[in-house]
Design a protein around this ligand. Structure first.
Ligand code: ADP
Ligand code: MG
Length: 807
């Protein structure tokens, strides 16, 4: 973090102004005693307030005239006296100057009246002390300013705390550097409200009375000193200039904290009359001298100051030490001299007036006592620094957060764009690849077609005649459909193909005749149906509840001469075979042989369908599968398949063969006895349920075969390929019926695992399907299997490379 260091130029203006001691004279009205005693005499003074003059009668015809700063008549109100005498001083104190208000005069002339009246009964009587403190307090701001008060009495050079009278020997300590006087130990009471001002003065007055009683003296012999300390915090922002970067806008931002300490001293002096005149207190002379030492020292100091003497004997008394700043010092000082009108006290009045006159000549140099508040500045700067640090950290954090946020957003956006781009790219790539693959596929098919067409042309040329119903447009697909999926086109010589076709035609004709005869036979048998209801009842009873005798009986009925009986019997056996629990017994009782016999002997399709269903059920059991094989089951099932028209029959046969296809042990036999070809023959029936069974059979076979190849039991191309199943497999690999598709996809994957099949798979178009399976197959395991196979079988890899398909 970068800390800003500002160079602060602190300018301080301390005012020093000349300020002469201001002196007012106040004339007390005649008191009752004077009214009486002086009734016949004129006052010795005549006041001319408008001229600020006072005439002191010398005798009946002569008088001396004196000018004062203010002349206050006997009618002057306390308020006016305050405003004229004290208020300017109070204002100066509030401005930071020291101030002094002092009353001087003969006992009984109204010093205490002028300064100390509390105005309990009548607020207008309030004297200068109360009014000053009230004005000061009213002007202060409680948060930043303090006002504390001490109230002392000086008697016989002893300083006593009027707020704590027990503290009666307070030392006066002067600061050698600046001459500031302090009174360690004097009680300082903080003024917190207007009410406490009066209470404090009341306590002080009471203590003054009590102290005087104790000392057997009068208040007129002691000096009362009220000290009001004012401490104000002043913020002078204009004085603080930041020069950082020469940036003027920061000029007033920092402030200079200043503490102004000022002090108002209100002194109610002891009576100024000479000691000998008032020696009635019974003090010894020395004591009397001591009593007035401070007062006479004050007079001497004032004289010295008035005459501009080099030496002013401030140190002679405690009072002058305390008032050093008030006369000839830095304070604004106002003196009120009080006089009475009585001619009897003319001498005292005269000396009072002369004291006042001399005091008027004292020049002070008013100076604000201002202290630079380093503590406060340091505190403020620390706080400001803390704030700046916190703000900076906050901004830094906010900035970092913002950067992070922007970063994150940018990253998210980049990631999103990249993702979208990658997706789009991948889609585009796949699309191109698929298009490319389709194109290649199409081209290769065209190539095959052209070759076939070429062969075909050769064939026509060789034989001169052709059965167009079979050979028109001999592409693989249409050929397969026409030939029922059993007879496969061979690329051998054209003549042998023609023989095969002729043979097939013959077979077909024979079969048709047979079917016709069989249908006639069925009709005949149906007419006998009514006769055998009894037998049917018997069968239906036994179909649900069977004992071995019953089973034997039913099985024997399978060989009945009566076709209806046979039909019903085979239905019962099929029902029984559907339950796994019966299967073993049926086989043991020779049921399987009987059922196979039905396939062999009878051409009634219902019988064969039901028998095939029963065999399919029995073929679910592995133990029966070999038996079925040994008894030539495959051949019989193949025959049934090639004869049957009914999809149900075909479904049963296909189901039975599919079950057998799942047996590793009979794999070879199954194939050699034409199992696969039988399955392929069945596909001529387009019924999805039938195709699904075929597909299952092929998948089972492919799986067993793959296992056998892996175990080294079998070598060479897949029998499925050998037996021509590949075209159908490829054709149905993406069949819309999910069960068919799933079985074929699996079969393809098994086939593809063996390098030996790869070439055929490629030429048969299976590669495309494998690629599709690896991408689109809904089953993840098959998808992965296809992917693994494509990337591990080298023929595929090179073909994919040749086709420029990334894998
Ligand atoms: P000092 O303190 O100078 O000895 P005080 O203030 O005690 O004199 O006054 C003596 C008496 O004169 C008191 O009773 C006081 O009330 C009365 N007095 C003084 N000045 C005035 C005045 N201006 N108006 C009316 N009474 C006054
Ligand atoms: Mg008094």
């Amino acid at each position: 973090m970068v800390l800003l260091f500002a160079t602060l130029v602190i300018l301080s203006f301390l005012c020093t102004v000349p300020g002469r001691v201001r002196v007012a004279v106040r004339l007390r009205p005649r008191n009752a005693e004077e009214m009486m005693a002086d009734a016949d005499f004129a006052d010795c003074v005549e006041v001319q307030p408008e001229l600020k003059r006072l005439k002191l009668r010398r005798n009946n015809w002569d008088s001396d005239t004196y000018e004062f700063d203010e002349v206050l008549t006997e009618f002057a109100s306390q308020k006016r006296v305050y405003e004229v005498v004290a208020k300017p001083v109070v204002e100066s104190v509030l401005d930071g100057y020291n101030g002094t208000v002092m009353a001087y005069g003969q006992t009984g002339t109204g010093k205490t009246f002028t300064l100390g009246r509390l105005g309990d009964g009548d607020a207008s009587d309030r004297g200068i002390m109360v009014r000053s403190m009230e004005d000061i307090f009213a002007d202060l701001s409680p948060d930043t300013d303090f006002v504390t008060v001490s109230y002392l009495q000086l008697y016989m050079e002893t300083l006593q705390d009027l707020l704590n009278p027990a503290n009666d020997n307070i030392p006066i300590v002067e600061d050698p550097r600046n001459g500031d006087v302090s009174l360690p130990g004097a009680t300082l009471v903080e003024i917190t409200d207007q009410q406490s001002i009066l209470e404090l003065l009341r306590v002080g007055e009471a203590n003054r009375v009590a102290a005087n009683t104790k000392l057997n003296t009068e208040s007129s012999r002691s000096h009362a000193i009220l000290m009001v300390h004012v401490k104000r915090s002043v913020v002078d922002s204009e004085d603080v200039v930041s020069t950082e970067n020469n940036d003027a806008s920061r000029l007033t931002k920092l402030s200079k904290p200043v503490i102004r300490k000022s002090k108002l001293v209100v002194v109610d002096l002891a009576g100024s009359e000479r000691v000998h005149k008032s020696g009635s207190e019974g003090h010894m002379l020395e004591e009397a001298k001591s009593i007035n030492l401070s007062l006479s020292s004050l007079g001497k100091c004032i004289n010295a100051l008035a005459e501009n003497n080099a030496h002013v004997p401030f140190r002679d008394s405690k009072l002058t030490r305390m008032l050093r700043d008030s006369f000839g010092g830095t304070a604004r000082t106002s003196l009120i001299v009080t006089i009475g009108p009585s001619p009897r006290h003319r001498g005292e009045t005269s000396s009072t007036i002369l004291f006042g006159q001399r005091a008027m000549k004292v020049e002070n140099m008013l100076k604000i006592k201002e202290e630079f508040d380093y503590k406060s500045l340091s505190r403020k700067l620390e706080i400001q620094l803390d704030k700046l640090i916190a703000e900076n950290e906050r901004q830094q954090k906010a900035f970092e957060d913002e950067v992070e946020k922007v970063n994150l957003e940018a990253q998210c956006r980049i990631a999103e764009v990249e993702r979208n781009f990658a997706d789009a790219l991948e889609k585009e790539r796949l699309k191109c690849q698929m298009e490319y693959m389709e194109l290649v596929k199409e081209l290769e098919q065209k190539l095959v077609l052209n070759q076939e067409r070429h062969d075909c042309n050769n064939f026509v040329a060789d034989n001169g005649e052709i059965n167009t119903s079979i050979f028109t447009c001999p592409n693989v697909k249409s050929f397969n459909n026409l030939a029922g999926g059993i007879i496969f086109f061979s690329h051998g010589p054209a003549s042998s193909s023609a023989d095969e076709v002729a043979e097939a035609k013959m077979l077909l004709e024979t079969e048709r005749n047979r079917r016709k005869a069989a249908e006639e036979e069925v009709e005949r048998l149906k007419s006998q149906l009514g006769k055998h209801t009894q037998a049917e009842n018997f069968f239906s009873i036994h179909s649900s509840r069977m004992n071995s005798v019953g089973l034997q009986k039913i099985l024997s009925l399978l060989e009945s001469d009566d076709a209806n009986v046979r039909i019903h019997a085979v239905k019962v056996v099929a029902n029984l075979a559907a339950e796994e629990a019966n299967q073993k017994r049926i086989v043991e009782a020779g049921g399987l042989s009987s059922l196979l016999m039905l396939l062999r002997r009878y051409e009634d399709e219902t019988v064969r369908r039901v028998a095939a269903g029963a065999i399919a059920n029995l073929a679910m059991n592995e133990a029966n599968q070999e038996l079925i094989m040994t008894e030539g089951g495959i051949t019989l099932l193949s025959m049934t398949a090639s004869d049957a028209e009914d999809p149900q029959t075909l479904r049963m046969v296909a189901g039975a063969i599919a079950n057998l296809c799942g047996n590793d042990r009979i794999l070879m036999t199954l194939r050699s006895q034409g199992g696969i070809k039988a399955l392929l023959g069945i596909v001529r029936c387009g019924h999805p349920d039938v195709l699904s069974q075929v597909a299952r059979g092929i998948a089972n076979f492919a799986k067993c075969e793959s296992r056998a190849s892996n175990q080294g039991i079998k070598s060479g191309r897949s029998f499925l390929i050998e037996d021509g199943a590949l075209p159908w497999i490829v054709q149905n690999a993406n069949n819309e019926a999910a069960p068919i598709r799933r079985h074929i996809e699996l079969a393809l994957c098994h086939l593809a695992q063996h390098e030996v099949n790869a070439k055929d798979l490629i030429s048969g178009g299976a590669l495309w399907e494998l690629v599709r399976i690896s991408r689109d197959c809904s089953r993840e395991d098959i998808r992965n299997l296809a992917r693994r196979t494509l990337s591990s079988v080298s023929t595929f890899k090179s073909e994919l490379r040749r086709l420029r398909i990334d894998y």
